[in-house]
Design a protein around this ligand. Sequence first.
Ligand SMILES: *Cc1c(COP(=O)(O)O)cnc(C)c1O
Length: 227
Amino acid sequence: MSVNISVYQSIKQELDAKQVSLVAVSKTKPAEDILALYELGQRDFGENYVQELVDKQAALPKDIRWHFIGHLQSNKVKYIAPFVHLIHGVDSYKLLKEINKEAIKNNRVIDVLLQVHIAQEETKFGLDDDELKNLYNRNTDGLPDLKHVRICGLMGMASFSDDLEKVRGEFRYLKSLFDWFSDVSIDHNQFTILSMGMSGDYQTAIEEGSTMVRIGSLLFGERNTAK
Ligand SMILES: *Cc1c(COP(=O)(O)O)cnc(C)c1O
């Protein structure tokens, strides 16, 4: 087991002081690693792969709040819809509709974040500025069929770069969008969560207004990148 307990405790203390919540990203890590943090009181865990999430949810304590932080395919929503706590990476209206449909089947409202493309890299998923505004307007302009999803905020991933000033600029941009939406959000969509910051850049993200960080390798050690 490679869980770093003392790092967890100091990060947790730092985040608590700033009222930032922590999603411990446990993808590719075994159940025992998750339990080690669970025993210290950690309840929010993040996973990227549907099958892995479903297996872990079945095996681990039922009061864990599972965050889906990967790229979600519409045809897999049904597997996580019964229990998922927050879906971070919603980047299309099609996906939003599918989540709504599965939420109805499960007689619940599912909380989601819209993912915005903020990095200058091609590979990262997410909506651009216009797509985001279009999608959001579509949802709020009285589309009663989407009453079973609640858009709670935005999520973004900065460039994977040592240039923290570049990263800072990307976070700042996401925060400005977040503020814009917070002002216009209506009905049951309450913009309260800004999910940004990972192991390498979470401090910068917090300085720029993050309310939720997603940290994996600092807590659990490096991942086996074969996956
Ligand atoms: C893997 C992952 C993380 C955690 O990354 P670390 O650098 O290990 O902290 C955070 N967010 C997303 C979307 C991820 O896929």
